[in-house]
Design a protein around this ligand. Structure first.
Ligand code: ATP
Ligand code: MG
Length: 234
């Protein structure tokens, strides 16, 4: 049984159909990357998986259960968390308060978890009482990921966690993603830094114009000359 299975998803905004039957599968503990041109529907796919958009057709299964169109809060309780492409922290709250917000569905004592999450992100603990709005772009992305980790998820949906970051920061964000995955969290990653993302992925999907274009092992996509020319900048 696959961990996440989105089948033949048709979805969009109002009358506008963006995804025309997209399918994607993530196995337990995998990192899977979705690449594709701007506007191809990558963010729309993550939003649909997470229940922010209800698909017109198709289904989403998580851990063997049909979760199609389930509200995001229920998704989080089931262990599926989502970090959006932007506006993913509360700028006027402190870093510590942002992490507490991340634990909102938890009824248990999460003080141990908050320590574990700070251990993963040493930059954040130094600034735990500062407002999130004062963080650099890279630190803000780290905080958004850290916040999602507060519920101890089974799987993370990450929409361009390295967007807008300097190359050295891209590497450290991706390194953190590897660390999270090694701790047992499956990752579905949307990335513009396609080459770097595919290197750390077991599988990759290319999405174009709201349709599956190609899917293969990460390293096979990297070594495919057509993929390199069309989607990896040569
Ligand atoms: N809230 C919205 N309402 C209407 N149309 C939208 C909305 N969000 C996205 N779209 C449209 O849906 C299409 C797919 O957008 P989406 O954000 O899913 O693409 P993407 O692959 O994530 O692009 P990018 O690489 O730029 O992040 C685009 O044509 C976009 O203009
Ligand atoms: Mg997007």
């Amino acid at each position: 049984m696959s961990l996440l299975e989105a089948r033949d998803i048709v979805a969009g905004y109002g009358e506008t159909e963006i995804l025309h039957g997209v399918s994607i599968t993530v196995e337990k503990n995998q990192i899977v990357t979705i690449i594709g041109p701007n506007g191809s529907g990558k963010s729309t796919l993550l939003k649909t998986i997470f229940g922010l958009l209800r698909p017109k057709q198709g289904s989403v299964r998580f851990n063997g259960e049909d979760i199609t169109g389930t509200p995001p809060e229920t998704m989080v309780r089931k262990g599926l968390c989502y970090v959006p492409q932007s506006s993913n922290v509360f700028p006027s709250l402190s870093i510590h308060e942002n992490l507490e917000m991340g634990a909102f569905v938890r009824k248990d004592d999460y003080s141990q978890r908050i320590r574990e999450v700070y251990d993963l992100f040493p930059d954040l603990i130094k600034r735990k009482n500062d407002r999130a709005g004062t963080l650099s772009g890279g630190q803000r992305q780290m905080l958004a990921v850290a916040r999602a980790l507060m519920v101890d998820p089974v799987m993370l949906l990450l929409d361009e966690p390295s967007a807008g970051l300097a190359p050295n920061l891209v590497a450290s964000v991706l390194q953190i993603i590897i660390g999270i995955n090694q701790a047992g969290v499956a990752i579905l990653l949307v990335e513009q830094n396609a080459r770097e993302a595919l290197k750390l992925s077991s599988r990759g999907y290319i999405l174009a114009s709201g349709q599956n274009q190609l899917e293969d092992d990460g390293n096979k996509l990297l070594n495919n000359p057509d993929v390199a020319r069309l989607y990896l900048g040569g």
